[in-house]
Design a protein around this ligand. Structure first.
Ligand SMILES: Cc1cc2nc3c(=O)[nH]c(=O)nc-3n(C[C@H](O)[C@H](O)[C@H](O)COP(=O)(O)OP(=O)(O)OC[C@H]3O[C@@H](n4cnc5c(N)ncnc54)[C@H](O)[C@@H]3O)c2cc1C
Length: 507
């Protein structure tokens, strides 16, 4: 997460999407289905249309699932009508929000989906009476942050990339202020949603509560959210931004450092956002984040004991910034504003995640494996010289707002005792080649494999399309999966909302 967009700039990777198993799709739009949409005046882009290629391209060009059609609704009735026609003709439906899914889930993740592109649903309105933000299902994070700030100096905790869309809070949504305030999903108090029968509903805690719980963490399997209502916060303007770079010189010194950071992290106050990142080669790493406490002095008092136990940093930055400047720093960008319609930026990458529990902090042996792997394989990145980075974000520890077990009842997001979330990421320079693609998958699978223990999980917002359906469900949702399957059976027994790693209805 830390400076992700700078690191993303390192390079651009493609694998073919697997076909939908066990169904009878042909890949051309069925005339009768298109007639159904036309009869209801739903704006539709066919495979033969000039702009189909652009609309059917995910941010991650490594994956190219081919939708059957893309609809671009202007009204919630268009969304409902698309779902009703798709259900009538037994087609699978996916919402496309910001299009930034790692596994191209916004395009259905496999050939043959009906894609509902929500780009026209980008309104952001702050209500000063309720202090809630009303946000369209196709809005993007940067525009939300900018508008909430301009409308009332308010903000919501969320991830770094301004162009990421509403898949983010639908599946979790971690940002540097999340230990302080929670994940973005935790801020949802109500949604307006089109369900599998095509009807438009409101869901909140005490009304359609089971659906609401499922949507908060697994929305793509349960409906198309056309509008979210989020809690907002008065934003601080004195946020301590920090970064320290280290060149430990040896694997054992890097491991010593990480173990000290982990001891510190276990008790860190919620006001501290912290990540450890490394990239390129060897064992050099950066410790960085933001502190939402009182002042730089306060931060120094907190951090000094840790810093004095680590090797001297080779460089550092420490300053106090406002809310917007802090978001810009983590976005690695000069602006938070993103085109509301017609967004057309892409890269080519493969990524994985590893989620560890506070009950099982990483052992010294695991970190020895990790840094040894970085030093041995990093420089060659599976013999193709692929650029890569790993960011290890602190979710839990101390009184973190993310890791309250009571939240399992509030949302279906699966991991409320996370200590660390590791993101492993590599890009393919110059686009996809079969060799590069295999190298990327092998390199990161090896990296994850040297640290992963049975009982570790993965993060659904960093979806890994190499996981099988059942393995993905288990790693993403843990113990929440049983209840999710029961709710799926009630609300979408026929799996209108289907993609390769969606929730299955209970038998
Ligand atoms: C550059 C970059 C930076 C990122 N940084 C972070 C980060 O800091 N923290 C973090 O937690 N994650 C981060 N992510 C991951 C990101 O949160 C997920 O990829 C997210 O799911 C993308 O949402 P989207 O709407 O852009 O993508 P899409 O591909 O459009 O959607 C993703 C999934 O959500 C569904 N969906 C989208 N909108 C709706 C809706 N309105 N109703 C129902 N379902 C919907 C789609 O059907 C799809 O299944 C980052 C990703 C990228 C590419």
């Amino acid at each position: 997460m830390v400076r992700i967009s700078i690191l993303l700039g390192l390079v651009p990777l493609l694998a073919s999407a697997s076909p939908v198993p066990g169904d009878d799709f042909d890949l051309s739009p069925r005339a009768t289905f298109v007639d159904c949409l036309s009869g209801k005046n739903v704006p539709v882009v066919l495979q033969s249309s000039a702009n189909f290629g652009q609309l059917a391209s995910a941010y991650n060009l490594r994956l190219r699932p081919r939708p059957i059609v893309v609809t671009i609704p202007a009204t919630t009735t268009h969304v409902s009508d698309t779902v009703k026609c798709a259900k009538q003709y037994r087609l699978k439906v996916s919402a496309r929000g910001g299009g930034h899914s790692y596994s191209a889930q916004g395009l259905g993740g496999a050939d043959g989906s009906v894609v509902i592109d929500l780009q026209n649903f980008h309104d952001v309105k702050y209500d000063s009476t309720t202090t809630l933000a009303e946000v369209g299902g196709g809005a993007r994070l940067g525009n939300i942050a900018r508008k909430l700030y301009d409308q009332g100096r308010r903000g919501i905790p969320h991830g770094t990339c301004p162009a990421v869309g509403m898949g983010h809070p639908s599946l979790g949504g971690f940002g540097i202020s999340s230990r302080n305030w929670g994940l973005m999903v935790d801020q949802i108090v109500q949604v307006q949603v089109v369900t599998a029968d095509g009807s438009l509903k409101i869901a909140k805690k005490n009304y359609n509560g089971d659906l609401f719980w499922a949507l908060k963490g697994a929305a793509p399997s349960f409906g198309i959210v056309t509008r979210f209502w989020f809690k907002t916060y008065a934003v601080p303007e004195n946020i301590v931004n920090y970064s320290y770079r280290f060149q430990p010189g040896s694997v054992s010194s890097a491991v010593d450092s990480f173990m000290k950071i982990q001891e510190f992290a276990k008790k860190a106050p919620k006001e501290l956002g912290l990540g450890v990142s490394l990239w390129g080669s060897g064992v050099n790493f950066e410790l960085s984040g933001a502190y939402y406490g009182k002042s730089i002095d306060d931060f120094n008092r907190l951090f000094k004991p840790l810093l004095s136990s680590l090797p001297a940093p080779t460089s550092s930055t420490l300053d106090s910034r406002g809310w917007i400047d802090t978001l810009l720093r983590f976005a690695g960008s000069g602006s938070l504003s993103v085109p509301e319609t017609g967004y057309n930026e892409h890269t080519t990458f493969y990524a994985k995640s590893l989620v560890t529990s506070s009950r099982a902090p990483i052992e010294r042996k695991g970190m020895e494996n990790f840094f040894n792997y970085a030093a041995r394989e990093g420089p060659n990145a599976a013999n193709q010289g692929l650029p890569w980075f790993v960011i290890i974000n602190l979710y839990g520890g101390g009184n973190s707002a993310i890791t309250n077990p009571d939240l399992l009842k509030e949302s279906s997001y699966g991991h409320r005792d996370t200590l660390w979330n590791f993101q492993f990421y590599t890009t393919l320079n110059g686009g996809l080649t079969p060799q590069g693609n295999t190298a990327a998958i092998n390199f990161l699978t090896g990296f994850d494999g040297v640290v992963r223990r049975s009982g570790d999980f993965s993060y659904v917002n960093y979806a890994d399309p190499t996981y099988s359906r059942w393995w993905a469900q288990k790693l993403y949702y843990g113990k929440q999966l049983t209840q999710l399957s029961l709710v799926k059976k009630k609300w979408d027994r026929d799996q209108v909302f289907w993609y390769p790693q969606s929730i299955d209805p209970a038998k």
